[in-house]
Design a binder for this molecule. Structure first.
Ligand code: TRP
Length: 410
């Protein structure tokens, strides 16, 4: 490495690890902000070097797909991207690409926030009619959490059922967990080794903040999350074609794919394209994201209607004022109000959402009332998910996880 490269790497280490002197910290394992409105996403785009999904891009998206963009895109929940233009051009030209997303299974059941990337992925799969691979990084969770291999595999399978319940098309979707798939598909391990040969310890230190006393499993793991972005990891789907990929993910996963984009061209593959989502707030507010390990800050997909109601009423951070008089006079603050944020993610009707925002800001709508609206919106979504989840048997799961050709495109 030249001196210049060394300096560039050191600078990257400082800026990418979020050690910058601002209030936000974002890496794949920790997300925190000191501000009530949460992460400053414009700053994050600058720091990560991605691009904003702006009105012009949304317009192009709608023109190419011939339908309105998903409300997650229209409302800036998916706010950042890399090379989305390329994917839209491929779509326009009728050329192939695929979708890749994933989840690290760290608890038996998912929470509402976990749904976000999968909801948009399902919509993209329908919109583009392309194959999708879903990676469950049970290996990652064994390395990062205090988890046994056997338990991580079980969680991966349980989580996969929740993912299937979102409504993916079995003909176009392959779901796999690393701890089992790699034993069945040598192509994946071979790609991991190809990737690992391209990345130095210095580079992963810079990108992920690893240190000298981190276990070696962590240091090698990023290659396992990168491998599915190379189509040759799935010879049974793509043969030996080098097919471009679009990866929907929360922005904290971007470090993995910055590394992947650096390596892919050196292995003769196109750089992966990405769309990044903002974080789903914890019930306590936008300073932290919803986390499965904090019961009182989380709306779990296994919660009953009663639990949802209690949790939102009791814990959802309010952007309302201290007294009703003050609230009527000054109005509430939707940007910090968790009930409003829940509506922004899950109430599809744009006109109704805007009506609620205006009424709340003017103080016409009270905290208890906006919470009630959030409860009425979330409860049927969770109940519907529970019904669909029950229908996902082990046989259905095995179909999604079977190594096979997919059927897509006309
Ligand atoms: N590391 C991710 C997590 O902990 C899981 C994951 C694997 C993923 N591959 C992905 C997420 C691709 C988004 C896109 O949740």
């Amino acid at each position: 490495m030249t001196e210049v490269e060394k300096v560039a790497e050191a600078v990257e280490a400082i800026t990418l690890n979020g050690v910058e002197a601002d209030d936000d910290f974002v890496d794949p394992w920790n997300v925190t902000s000191k501000s009530d409105t949460g992460i400053d996403y414009d700053k994050l785009i600058k720091r990560f070097g991605s691009s904003k999904i702006d009105d012009a891009l949304i317009e192009k998206f709608e023109k190419v797909t011939g339908k309105p963009a998903h409300h997650f895109i229209r409302r800036g929940i998916f706010f950042s991207h890399r090379d989305l233009h390329n994917i839209l051009n491929l779509k326009e030209q009728g050329k192939p690409f695929y979708l890749y997303t994933g989840r690290g299974p760290s608890s038996d059941s998912l929470h509402l926030g976990h749904l976000i990337p999968f909801i948009i992925t399902k919509w993209l799969q329908e919109t583009f009619d392309v194959p999708l691979v879903i990676q469950l990084t049970d290996d990652e969770k064994v390395l990062w959490k205090d988890l046994k291999i056997e338990d991580a595999i079980k969680m991966a399978r349980e989580n996969a059922k929740d993912i299937i319940a979102i409504g993916f098309d079995v003909n176009k979707t392959f779901i796999f967990n690393n701890l089992e798939f790699m034993g069945k598909c040598p192509a994946m391990y071979q790609n991991i080794i190809r990737i690992q040969r391209c990345v130095t310890f210095n580079q992963v230190k810079g990108i992920f903040g690893f240190g000298d006393s981190d276990i070696i499993g962590k240091i090698g793991f990023p290659a396992a999350q990168a491998a599915p972005a190379l189509s040759s990891t799935f010879p049974f789907i793509f043969g030996d074609k080098k097919v471009p990929v679009l990866i929907p993910c929360a922005i904290d996963q971007d470090p993995y794919f910055r590394m992947t984009r650096d390596v892919a061209p050196r292995l003769g593959f196109p750089k992966c394209a990405l769309i990044h989502s903002a974080f789903f707030p914890s019930l306590q507010g936008a300073k932290s994201k919803m986390s499965a390990s904090e019961q009182n800050s989380t709306l779990s997909l296994t919660d009953t209607a009663k639990q949802i109601k209690n949790k939102i009423n009791k814990y959802a951070f309010s952007g309302g004022r201290a007294t009703v008089e003050e609230h009527r006079k000054l109005g509430g603050i939707p940007d910090v109000d968790v009930a409003y944020q829940l509506l922004k993610f899950f109430l599809e009707d744009d006109a109704k959402l805007e009506e609620i925002r205006v009424a709340y800001s003017k103080g016409e709508l009270l905290t208890g009332e906006i919470k009630k609206l959030a409860i009425e919106t979330i409860t049927p979504i969770v109940e519907d998910h529970q019904t669909k989840r029950k229908a996902v048997t082990d046989e259905v799961l095995d179909q999604f996880m079977e190594i096979r050709q997919l059927k897509f495109g006309s």
